[in-house]
Write a protein that binds this ligand. Structure first.
Ligand code: BEZ
Length: 207
C-alpha cells in the first residue's frame, strides 16, 4: 500500500464536503439560503465539512452578490463569504453532475441549476444527495442534522430514526445479531414488542 504523503494534514484526510447549487445570484430565495449558509458556516467547520456553492453566474456576479447576502444577514459588507461559490457559467459541472433544472430557464432560455445538495465523505464518495426545485428554499439546519447522522453512522453500527437529532436514541441495524448488539452497545438495547413478533425495532442510547 502506498504511504500517505507526510505533508497532508490529518484534518484533510477526515474532511467531509458539501456541494450545493442554487439557480441564480441576485434572486430572493437564493439570497436567504446563502445568508443562512453563511451564518451556519462555523457549524459546518466544527463538523469538518468543507462548503462549496455553485451557480451558472460569473465570479464577478458572485462577488457583487456577497455584499447583498451580508446586508440581508444584517452584517457589514465583506468581500467574500466564508465559502467559495463556483462560477459554472459554461454549465460544465452542472451537466456532468446532473444539477440542471430543465423547467427553470434564464433569459436566453437556457436551463439553470436546481437547488441540489451533494454531501461527500472523507473517502470522496457521495453519501447523500437532495434535489429541491427553484421555488422551494432548503433548510440548512436540516443539512447539519443529516451530516450529524452521516458522520455518526459512518463510524458506529447504528442508524438514526425519523426526526432524530444528536443525543436521541439510535436504532440497532438489522444485520447485527442480539449477541453482537449486547457487546457493541454496553448502554443497553431496548427491543419493542410488535404484533409480528419480529424483534427488529431495537433502540440504543446514542453511542
Ligand atoms: C429565487 O431564488 O427566489 C428563485 C430563483 C429562480 C426561480 C425562482 C425563485
Amino acid at each position: 500500500m502506498q504511504a500517505l504523503p507526510s505533508d497532508v494534514p490529518c484534518s484533510l484526510l477526515s474532511r467531509w464536503g458539501i456541494l450545493f447549487s442554487h439557480p441564480r445570484d441576485f434572486t430572493p430565495v437564493c439570497t436567504t439560503e446563502l445568508g443562512r449558509a453563511t451564518k451556519l458556516a462555523p457549524e459546518f467547520a466544527k463538523r469538518n465539512v468543507k462548503m462549496i456553492a455553485l451557480s451558472i453566474d460569473s465570479v464577478q456576479d458572485h462577488l457583487a452578490w456577497c455584499k447583498d447576502i451580508n446586508a440581508y444577514n444584517g452584517e457589514p459588507p465583506v468581500e467574500k463569504l466564508p465559502f467559495p461559490i463556483i462560477d459554472d457559467h459554461k454549465r460544465d459541472l452542472a451537466v456532468k453532475l446532473g444539477m440542471l433544472d430543465p423547467d427553470e430557464r434564464d433569459g436566453q432560455g437556457m436551463p439553470v441549476t436546481a437547488r441540489v445538495v451533494f454531501i461527500f465523505g472523507p473517502d470522496k464518495k457521495l453519501k447523500l444527495s437532495i434535489l429541491y426545485p427553484a421555488t422551494t428554499g432548503r433548510n440548512f439546519d436540516e443539512l447539519l442534522r443529516v451530516i450529524d447522522s452521516l458522520q455518526l453512522t459512518a463510524y458506529k453500527k447504528v442508524a438514526t430514526p425519523v426526526d432524530w437529532k444528536p443525543g436521541d436514541s439510535c436504532m440497532v441495524v438489522p444485520t447485527i445479531s442480539e449477541e453482537e448488539a449486547k457487546s457493541l452497545f454496553p448502554k443497553g438495547v431496548f427491543t419493542k414488542d410488535l404484533p409480528s413478533g419480529k424483534k427488529y425495532l431495537r433502540y440504543t442510547p446514542q453511542p
